[in-house]
Design a protein around this ligand. Sequence first.
Ligand SMILES: [Zn+2]
Length: 163
Amino acid sequence: MDTVSAIRLSLVHPVLAAKVQAMTAALAADGITIRVIQGLRTLQEQNADYAKGRTAPGSIVTNARGGQSWHNYGLAVDCAPGIRGAAVWTPNWDASSLDWETMISAGEAQGLIAGARWTSFPDRPHFQLPNIPVSPDDAARTLLSAGSMKNFWAKYGPLQESA
Ligand SMILES: [Zn+2]
């Protein structure tokens, strides 16, 4: 696990972090080096992303506003395999690379939900904890707005089954 990934995992739910660490180790044994390319996104960051291509310059990058992505709750990460043999870690965006399927299967082997399997809007790098709704519900948004993320982790009902 590289330092960048470790720092990102330190900000997400500990159960998710442990599963991604186990997934990383399993893939390393297969010669695949993955990196956590995104972990926690704050509500402010999510809203700034949502504005891109709408009320701010740039292209549309997301359909989720603040509170509508599990990244905002520390319950999702995005990962990518690196190009094999690269001197400096470089993401492998080649959609035909088998390393993607191997990574997705390794995440599922840890019990994670893989966004790559979503039929309506596949999200290849995305993994989230099981036993929670596919997207945050009103109960989740209300609870997060009432307190800290750690308070949310301790009190959100569906999450307790993941721990
Ligand atoms: Zn994601």
